[in-house]
Design a protein around this ligand. Structure first.
Ligand SMILES: [Zn+2]
Length: 140
């Protein structure tokens, strides 16, 4: 089972479980996916978070929301600059790097909760950062 974070065209976020990615696509095709808030069936999948594999993660003690946001933005900018975007192949690539099959580098991408579990079990360090809401456009 995979949990997907979904969003309707009215920007309602909700979570739904599917047997696999294809089940999601199939249900979407048939218009079976509806937003629990407004009933819209214009629903799409949103990556809930960007999973990032890093060598080290800096931390400071300030946990106020503004400071956290600022930190997050900084991290996100840094991460984008310093990592290779491997998209949904994140878990695969992280494992390859872990086992020395692929070049050791920092990567970013999206992972399902199942994949995250696997990575944790393999002892692979990564961090999840929320994708900033307003910059959802995928640019270069
Ligand atoms: Zn909705």
């Amino acid at each position: 089972m995979i949990a997907f974070d979904l969003r309707c065209d009215q920007d309602h976020n909700f979570e739904a479980w599917f047997q696999d990615g294809e089940a999601f696509e199939a249900q979407k095709e048939k218009g079976l996916l509806t937003c629990p808030v407004c009933g819209s069936n214009n629903v799409r999948k949103t990556p809930s978070a960007v999973a990032v594999r890093t060598r080290s993660v800096g931390k400071d003690g300030d946990t106020s929301e503004a400071a956290l946001n600022e930190m997050l933005n900084k991290i996100y900018t840094e991460v984008k600059k310093n990592t290779e975007d491997v998209g949904t192949a994140f878990a695969q690539e992280a494992l390859k790097i872990h086992y020395g099959v692929a070049e050791n580098r920092n990567i970013r991408g999206v992972a399902t909760s199942e994949e995250e579990k696997t990575l944790k079990e393999e002892g692979i360090s990564f961090m999840k950062i929320p994708v900033p809401e307003k910059t959802s456009t995928k640019g270069h």
